[in-house]
Every structure is written in C-alpha cells, then in structure tokens.
Design a protein around this ligand. Structure first.
Ligand SMILES: Cc1cc2nc3c(=O)[nH]c(=O)nc-3n(C[C@H](O)[C@H](O)[C@H](O)COP(=O)(O)OP(=O)(O)OC[C@H]3O[C@@H](n4cnc5c(N)ncnc54)[C@H](O)[C@@H]3O)c2cc1C
Length: 384
C-alpha cells in the first residue's frame, strides 16, 4: 500500500486503510465458498460488527462514520477488500449502494429507520434500478408505481439486482409519471416480505454472488417510503451512482493489485529453462505493463475520489476512472493468468477467480461504452 503517502489522502485515510488491510488479512482473505448466500450474510455481519460499514452510510446520528459519505474512504475500503476477497468487497459495496439513496436523499425518519442497521450489518440493502429492457437506457424503465391515498402501488420487474433474495430492503426506482422519461421516476423502499413482492428468479453469474430478478404485483408500500421528491428518482439514482461509480474503479484496482502480486510471486518462484520465469525480459516487460496499468488506474481513481470530496462535480473524472480501472484490471488479470500457465485456469486459483470476478465490473454501473459517451459529452461541453 505504498500509494497511501499520496497527497490525495489525509492521515485518517492512511490509518483506516492500514487497519482494514490488517483486519481483512486476518478475517476474509480468500474466504469464499460454495454457499455464496451464507458467505455474504456472514461477511455483512462481520464487516458491521468490526465497524467498517459505518463508512458506507452518512450521518453520525445514524451510526455513519461522518456526516457525508467520504469517497476516498469508500474507495480505499473497496480496493483493500477486493485485494483480499471479492465477496467481502461485494458485501461492503452493496451496503453502501443499497442504502446510498437514503443517505443522500432520505428523510430523518427514513435515515433513522434503515441506516443504523445497515451500518451495524444487521440489515442487508439492495439497489433496484435495472430492468430486462432498461439497463444502459435507464430512463426506458417500465416498472411503475401509482399513488393511492397514502400508499404507492408497485407493478413491474427489476433484474440483475445484487443481494436480490437476501436483502432486508430494496430501494426500487419506478415510473410515477410526473413528466416523460427521466423526470417521471421516483424511488421507494420496499422491505422484504411486503405482500406483492417476490423473487421471480435467482440468477447465476460467472463470479457467483446473490443476484435476482424481482417482481412487484400490486405491491403496496407507505408513501412515507418514497426517497426524495416525487419525480426526482432519476436524480437520486444518478447521485448515488456518482459516489459508487468511482468505487467500482477502486474495486477493480484491488483486483488488479492482487493479480500483480500473484504474478510477481509466481514469476520469482517458477523454475524454468534452468532459471526462473522472472529472469526473462519478456516476463519483465509483462510485469512492467501490469504495474504501469495499476498505478495509472490508482491515480485516476484517487483523483476522482479526492475531487469529489472537495465538493467538485466529477462526472468526467469518475467516468475516466471507471473506464480505465475496469478495462485495465481485465488486462492485468489476464496477464497474471498467462504467467501462471495451466495453473492460471485451474478452478479455485486466485488468478482464475479474479479472471471471472473482474468481468462484470466492465458492464455494471455504466458499461465501458457508456463511460466513453460520458467523457466525450463532458469534453464537448467544456470546449463548446
Ligand atoms: C453482476 C451484475 C450485478 C448487477 N447489479 C445490479 C444492481 O445491484 N442493481 C441494478 O439496478 N442493476 C444491476 N446490474 C445491472 C447493470 O447495471 C446492467 O447490466 C448494465 O447497466 C447494462 O445494462 P444491460 O445489461 O441491459 O445491457 P445493455 O443496456 O443491453 O447494453 C449492452 C451493451 O451495449 C453497449 N452499449 C450500451 N450503450 C451503448 C451506446 N450508447 N452505444 C454503443 N454501445 C452501447 C455496451 O457494451 C453494453 O454493455 C448488475 C449487472 C451485473 C452483470
């Protein structure tokens, strides 16, 4: 962790990252298993008990570590946890993403009801935005809520929802029709067990974690569960993603660092042609490129995080960080698999797991192509 002396960080960040690293080495390194649901539940509880989840929510009155979410802390947490174990990063990230709308736009009553339990690891959170026909094109969503008295009645589906099936509550974005497109969407908290809400399908992905399609049929929730103003749900979703998009880049950075560590270790110990794999210049060039990608990703991640913590708008910087770090990590991990040869594609090897783990980060919270569009649009605005 020799980037911690960079000027992007305060002393509290350095202490936080070192302490979390030591805790993760003792508690979660390479802890995964066949039963991802049980593993995720246990990880959320342990991260909560150890106090780390306080950094995923805002407001000291609601057990948050600070009044506002500190992007650098979130990024450091994800980088450190991802380096040790992907599911630990997932458990941490989803508590933040799933409750992010409440931290950013919730009423005092909503914050008091859900955030302390999220911070303690006693309630699992989920963020339900995507639909079968509305992924990159979020504003095309069909899931709708109509207002009847003091209730909202939800009908429709959400899919690829992380923590689907194990979450205690879901922040669900629905069309409420105040205006066309993105201006007619509102966010509602739906608690597990609410009549009319069901898990329609559990979805298996290449790096297993709890994921599901959700169905709402005449599902009634109190209007008091609406997060943010009527018709402002799209803005709430985008504000939430603004924080967590940079943290996806940070998680990728953690995966890439682990791949580089594994590759260095293997290259220095693998006997080959009377020497070691590391003796060959081709190997050294590969390691150099991996290190270059890791460092350039880290600079982009912590630039975006630092700028956001200074109160600046970081749309372009976050998009650059996400694009570079996720695509870069895929290349670094692929190079590590190559260094391991046959062992690299053997089930259960850390580099084999990383190879599967990284893939979806190039897709979710805005695919690479979406990040390219954002960067291009921001550049053209700056130079108009
Ligand atoms: C593991 C995993 C976990 C997820 N967790 C969640 C979650 O917790 N909550 C949630 O709401 N969603 C979640 N998602 C959904 C995720 O956000 C969507 O998959 C993502 O937004 C892409 O949408 P899509 O899958 O419908 O792909 P599409 O929108 O169909 O896009 C397919 C591809 O088209 C390309 N593309 C997109 N736009 C353009 C363009 N303008 N020009 C050219 N090419 C383009 C990109 O390559 C993109 O990958 C998750 C997804 C995965 C894989």
């Amino acid at each position: 962790m020799n980037h911690l002396h960079w000027p992007f960080f305060d002393e509290r960040h350095r202490t936080f990252a070192r302490e979390l690293d030591a805790w993760a080495a003792a508690h979660v390194r390479d802890r995964h298993g066949d039963d991802v649901v049980a593993t995720c539940r246990a990880l959320v509880r342990e991260l909560g008990r150890a106090g780390w989840l306080r950094h995923a929510v805002a407001g000291t009155a609601h057990c948050g570590a600070a009044e506002v979410i500190d992007t650098r802390s979130i990024c450091l947490a994800r980088e450190v946890l991802a380096r040790h174990e992907g599911l630990a990063d997932f458990a941490f990230a989803m508590q933040g993403l799933g409750s992010g709308a409440i931290s950013l736009a919730g009423t005092p009553a909503q914050r008091a009801r859900w955030l302390p339990r999220v911070a303690a690891g006693e309630a699992i959170a989920a963020f339900a935005l995507s639909e079968p026909d509305a992924g990159s094109d979020v504003a095309a969503m069909q899931c709708a809520a109509r207002i009847e008295g003091d209730e909202a009645v939800l009908d429709g589906e959400k899919t690829w929802i992380s923590n689907g099936g194990i979450a205690d509550f879901y922040v669900v974005f629905c069309r409420t029709g105040e205006a066309p497109g993105a201006r007619g969407i509102s966010a509602f908290v739906v608690e597990a067990g609410t009549p009319g809400f069901e898990i329609a399908e559990r979805i298996d992905v290449i790096a297993p974690h709890p994921l599901a399609r959700l169905r709402f049929t005449n599902c009634r929730v109190p209007l008091a569960h609406r997060v943010g103003a009527a018709g402002e749900g799209f803005k709430v979703a985008m504000r939430t993603l603004d924080v967590f998009r940079t943290s996806v880049a940070a998680a990728s950075l953690g995966f890439a660092r682990r791949a580089l560590e594994e590759g260095l270790q293997r290259a220095q110990t693998r006997p080959m042609f009377g020497g070691r794999l590391a003796d060959f210049q081709l190997t050294q060039a590969k390691l150099a490129q991996m290190a270059l990608t890791v460092d350039s990703s880290a600079l982009l991640v912590y630039r975006a995080a630092w700028e956001r913590d200074q109160g600046r708008t970081v749309t372009k910087q976050a998009a650059m960080a996400k694009l570079a770090a996720t695509e870069g990590a895929q290349q670094v991990i692929d190079a590590a698999v190559q260094l391991f040869g046959g062992l690299g594609v053997t089930s259960g090897m850390p580099v084999e797991r990383l190879y599967r783990e990284i893939r979806s980060l190039r897709i979710y919270e805005g695919a690479t192509e979406v990040q390219q569009l954002i960067i291009g649009r921001e550049l053209l605005k700056e130079h108009a």
